[in-house]
Write a protein that binds this ligand. Structure first.
Ligand code: SF4
Ligand code: SF4
Length: 443
């Protein structure tokens, strides 16, 4: 085994192990949430996933951005088939091991090159939208700092990876034409052949060409392994999580707000003495701590695992915020920020658990990041859930946090206090007792 092969295997194993570790950390964090059954109607779920995640159906509502995104997505998925060849070549010291596919190999390499060029163009267009056109949704307050940098890092990395791929092919093609040893005659190169001509590579020394080809090969694969591990700390994680997240989508009508079974049971038993009051919820231990039963959500432990999966899946695209009537009319609420804050909080909790081996209350909660003003600005119109390209539901988090404010802290908006008092005293939101309900029929 050559030194190159040994280095390659070590890098591959190290990157794979680190990625696996990070995936398990994220899984643990998601499972800090409450249990929730989202496995009913599986056929419908597969159809939603195929339509929304695989088919990108909600992306193309905005056609230009949608089509550019599909280009990047297809490029990312399909060009990674080529990574398989690189991995086999790296481990076994071969070169273009799939060359035996003949005509099919030519078609594949040709298609990868066209897609790589498409990805390059799309990434440049996306950078221009952010940095030159400065679309407002990319410059909202929650996008300051790391989120903006993260988006740029992803786009620049993809440009570098695709450039390395095309440059590698241009050098490889020239070496093939020169009949260099080890460079098998295989592949079709519609893009890199133009690149080779442009750079006049045929006049280069074979040794220099080989240097360029090897450098780009290593740069490409090390870049991919590094990018794989960058995914897990980046909004780019959506490329993996969009699939499970859409499979576990809410299938009920968007505007349906789930009742709290415990409260429903309490009300039923109050209205009908024959109905027994509901039993308290079974105790739940999370990260070594028994969690109290809560009405609504104070912290990430009170949200469901699906809420937390939503948070990790958010692409920070801002389509939700750009459709939110509260945000559009100058309110503080941004559904994208709700998702980013939820993810940041669950990450914070996860880090604390990693450091201490168990959870110790840090005196903070989701409410430390999301203000009452944001929560009460929501009209529950669901424009955000309709717009989200990966079926994320910020409204559910907002409603659970509001429930906590009302039911556990008796904190609400002044405009709602009268309505709550009326419900408590009169069994209806109006300021009339039940005995007055039929008065209107007599007037
Ligand atoms: S449901 Fe709330 S957060 Fe979503 S768009 Fe409507 S007002 Fe905005
Ligand atoms: S919740 Fe959906 S629409 Fe909103 S920023 Fe995240 S991915 Fe985009």
């Amino acid at each position: 085994m050559s030194i190159g092969q040994i280095v390659f295997v070590v890098l591959l194993a190290g990157a794979g192990a680190w990625f696996g570790r990070q995936v398990m950390r994220i899984r643990r964090n998601i499972l800090l949430g409450r249990d929730e059954d989202r496995t009913d109607r599986p056929a419908e779920r597969w159809a939603v996933m195929a339509r929304v995640a695989l088919g990108q159906s909600k992306m193309v509502v905005r056609p230009v951005a949608g089509l550019l995104h599909i280009l990047i997505y297809a490029g990312f998925v399909i060009i990674n088939i080529e990574v398989l060849e690189i991995v086999i070549d790296g481990v076994f010291g071969t070169h273009r091991v799939f060359a035996f596919l003949g005509g099919l190999y030519d078609v594949l390499i040709g298609a990868f090159e066209v897609l790589a060029l498409g990805v390059l163009v799309a990434c440049v267009a996306f950078i221009a939208r952010r940095a030159v056109l400065r679309l407002p949704r990319f410059h909202k307050p929650e996008m300051k700092g790391w989120p903006s940098k993260d988006a740029m890092i992803i786009l620049v990395t993809e440009i570098l990876l695709m450039s390395a791929f095309l440059t590698m092919n241009a050098a490889d093609l020239t070496l093939q034409r020169l009949g260099a040893e080890h460079y098998v005659q295989a592949g079709a190169f519609p893009v890199s052949s133009a690149l080779a001509q442009l750079a006049n590579l045929s006049t280069w020394q074979p040794a220099n060409l080989e240097l360029v080809e090897r450098f780009c090969w290593w740069f490409h694969i090390i870049g991919i392994l590094a990018f794989l591990n960058y995914l897990v700390v980046s909004k780019h994680l959506h490329i993996l999580l969009a699939f499970p997240n859409t499979w576990y989508s809410k299938l009920a009508p968007r505007t349906e707000i789930a009742n709290m079974p415990r409260i429903t049971g309490e009300v039923r038993s109050m209205l009908d003495p024959a109905v027994a009051p509901p039993a308290p919820a079974a105790p739940r231990t999370v990260a070594g701590v028994e969690m109290p039963e809560r009405f609504g959500a104070k912290d990430v432990f009170d949200l469901s695992w699906k809420n937390l999966l939503d948070a990790y899946t958010c692409t920070e695209c801002g389509r939700c915020t750009s459709e939110c009537p509260a945000n559009l009319t100058g309110k503080l609420l941004s559904p994208r920020k709700i998702m980013m804050d939820t993810r940041d909080r669950v990450e914070e909790v996860g880090r604390a658990i990693d450091a201490k081996g168990t959870w110790e209350d840090d005196g903070r909660s989701l409410h430390s990041r999301i203000s009452d003003e944001e929560l009460w600005a929501c009209t529950t119109c669901n424009a955000c859930t309709e717009a989200c390209p990966v079926n994320i539901d910020p409204v559910d988090i907002i409603m659970q946090m509001r429930r906590y404010k009302v039911m556990e802290e008796s904190s609400t908006r002044a405009a709602l206090t009268g309505m709550f008092n009326n419900v408590e005293n009169n069994g209806a939101p109006w300021a009339f007792g039940p005995d007055k309900r039929m008065d209107w029929t007599r007037s």
